[in-house]
Design a protein around this ligand. Structure first.
Ligand code: FPP
Length: 246
């Protein structure tokens, strides 16, 4: 029996976050340049989005470009930005066909002009799609997000619009880039690395982590279903005892 058949469709994670890692190693293994790995990684993104939409996962957030990725060689950064622009433009129609909304989180203003423009257009065109929300984390880091949220709250306090006593988990979460989505129940990282790498630190306080040695360009929907089946075997206690849950 395949992993698709083993899924309990009534207990799907609503939100899955993915650290897509291993594109460079995948390309190197084949004697190709790193960019070949990124291009192939786009095919995995497409398959995973369709897999999520197919089974009913409502939110998928992928770490496409971190704040720290700006430190890569300028040729790789430029090639990644161009790949992002071409992918967004090529895939908007398919996203709409599959009723998927495109969203983006991160310091979007730091992206190249063309990227900001085309991303904005694609987000507008897909804004009314309801089956699944695909969020691209771009120029994103959780520390950037948390500092930005703290600044917004501090400004509201300085303007007399917010009392310090009213700052709590709820008002803090409301300032995050993910304020309109549930926290991820499952985080998948490919390529055998066991790190969070500055991704959704606040939102993943109680997320289940799934690590696989598979490199991102080899990761397909059957691997996604395997990760969800593994997730569904876990007991999520949220600080309680096992007996309390039963
Ligand atoms: C990590 O692999 C991957 C990235 C930093 C970029 C991810 C980008 C894509 C999958 C393509 C663009 C995505 C979209 C949504 C259009 P790595 O380069 O760190 O691999 P390595 O660790 O093997 O070197």
């Amino acid at each position: 029996m395949g992993f698709r058949e083993q899924l309990d469709i009534t207990r799907l994670p609503q939100h899955i976050a993915v650290i897509m890692d291993g594109n460079g190693r995948w390309a190197k293994n084949q004697g190709k340049i790193r960019h070949f790995g990124h291009e192939s990684g786009v095919l995995s993104v497409k398959d995973i989005v369709e897999g999520c939409a197919d089974i009913g996962v409502k939110y998928l957030t992928v770490y496409a470009f971190s704040t720290e990725n700006w430190n890569r060689p300028v040729e790789e950064v430029n090639a990644l930005m161009e790949l992002l622009i071409s992918t967004i433009n090529q895939e908007t129609a398919t996203l709409t066909k599959n009723n998927v909304r495109l969203n983006a989180i991160g310091d979007i203003s730091s992206l190249p002009e063309q990227c900001i423009h085309d991303l904005g257009e694609a987000m507008r065109k897909t804004a009314d799609n309801t089956r699944c929300t695909l969020t691209l984390a771009l120029s994103y880091s959780a520390k950037w997000e948390l500092v930005t949220a703290a600044k917004k709250l501090a400004a509201q306090v300085a303007e007399g619009k917010l009392n310090i006593e009213d700052i709590d988990e709820h008002s803090f979460s409301a300032q995050l880039t993910t304020h309109d989505m549930p926290e991820p129940e499952l985080m998948i990282r490919t390529s055998g690395e066991h790190r969070i790498s500055n991704f959704l630190l606040w939102q993943m306080a109680y997320t289940e982590f799934y690590f696989t040695d598979t490199l991102w360009p080899d990761f397909r929907r059957e691997d996604l279903f395997e990760a969800i089946v593994d997730f569904q075997k876990r007991e999520r206690r949220f600080g309680k005892t096992s007996e309390q849950l039963n």
